[in-house]
Ligand binder design. Structure first.
Ligand SMILES: Nc1nc2c(ncn2[C@@H]2O[C@H](COP(=O)(O)OP(=O)(O)O)[C@@H](O)[C@H]2O)c(=O)[nH]1
Ligand SMILES: [Mg+2]
Length: 323
């Protein structure tokens, strides 16, 4: 009989043959018999090695860590508590009890292991450390909660609270999404200090800092729309103000430096279809285009070259998202 038979240890894997046996054994050694590996179609021996080490192994039907975790919790976990970790030996099974304590004490429904509390040398590249800091600061600014390390892969949660979260991210955006959805659904969160180690030589991360960092940022921004509309729509306002100022500065510069006058139209609620007036030799006109929408800003600068009208600059800003 295990000490923790109401806990399922969940390990998503993608080509972790190097470390998975050790990770499964470590969790079993500290009393977790129910270890589930959800594999993403590893091309090495991850699945057979995990099975031999005593884990239950399932294969995800889609792609990405996020899809794997969602499918695993929904279809392969019966236990009321889930402890999720990486299969790359960067997290310690010795921290498992501390991770689960807030759940078992009824103090929280979701626990985040804070890797910055005990980050071992080489565990995270400088680029990733900076990226993590920025993402955590942005999260705090947008969602007004400090979870310290929202991208941590060491999590403990009740199965019930996980299923209440509206999760859609397939890849590495899943941790960000879980944090945002916890705020949104008022799931109580505890942050616990943990140790974070370097991946052992020979194993390689599946995370691409630039690509996945971009995805995580977009995820954070996309979710800001519902959690902090003031921030989201305010940022659209700031972007259009900056664009407007840049256009104004450009027009002013051309006028002061070369005496070229410009006509600028900011399209309000009306759209027009008439053809622009024939411009003067060095003049400008700002036609409204037929496809102009209520929130487009359309600026065009035309010059007459011989008999032909040439448009020399076109600046168009369109916020189709807010249409
Ligand atoms: N099932 C599944 N697991 C994945 C996938 N991508 C990564 N993983 C696993 O998810 C965990 C976290 O990924 P990792 O590469 O360690 O990311 P990092 O900790 O951010 O460097 C590891 O155990 C990976 O093997 C995937 O597409 N499917
Ligand atoms: Mg990892």
């Amino acid at each position: 009989m295990s000490d923790h038979d109401d806990v399922c240890v969940l390990l998503p894997t993608m080509n972790e043959a190097e470390t998975v046996a050790r990770v499964v054994a470590d969790f079993r050694d500290v009393g977790f018999e129910n270890v589930l590996v959800i594999d993403g179609g590893s091309t090495d021996d991850t699945r057979s090695i995990a099975r031999e080490a005593g884990a239950r192994v399932a294969e995800q039907s889609g792609r990405g860590k996020g899809q794997a975790v969602r499918e695993a919790v929904r279809d392969h976990v019966d236990a009321p508590y889930v402890l999720m970790a990486d299969a790359d030996a960067t997290y310690d099974a010795a921290d498992a009890t501390a991770m689960l304590d807030p759940l078992l004490a009824g103090e929280a429904d979701h626990v985040i292991g804070n890797r910055f509390a005990d980050m071992r040398p080489g565990a995270m590249t400088r680029l990733n450390r900076i990226g993590n800091r920025i993402i955590n600061l942005a999260f705090r600014a947008i969602h007004r909660e400090s979870y310290r390390d929202i991208l941590s892969g060491y999590r403990a949660f009740t199965r019930e609270s996980f299923l209440r979260l509206h999760l859609t991210a397939d890849g590495f955006g899943i941790e960000t999404e879980m944090a945002v959805e916890c705020v949104k659904n008022r799931v109580s969160v505890a942050v616990v200090p943990i140790t974070y180690r370097e991946r052992p030589g020979g194993s390689a991360t599946n995370l691409h800092p630039i690509r996945d960092g971009g995805v995580i940022f977009l995820e954070l921004y996309r979710k800001a729309k519902t959690n902090n509309p003031l921030f989201y729509f305010g940022s659209v306002g700031v972007a259009s103000t900056v664009a407007g100022l840049a256009m104004g500065a450009f027009v002013l510069y051309r006028y002061l430096a070369f005496g070229i006058s410009h006509n600028t139209s900011v399209v309000g609620t009306a759209a027009a279809t008439e053809t622009p007036a024939r411009p003067a030799a060095n003049g400008c006109t700002a036609p409204l285009t037929p496809e102009a929408t209520p929130i487009s800003i359309d600026y065009r600068h035309a010059t007459l070259v011989g008999e032909r009208v040439k448009f020399r600059h076109t600046i168009r800003i369109k916020f189709s998202d807010t249409r």
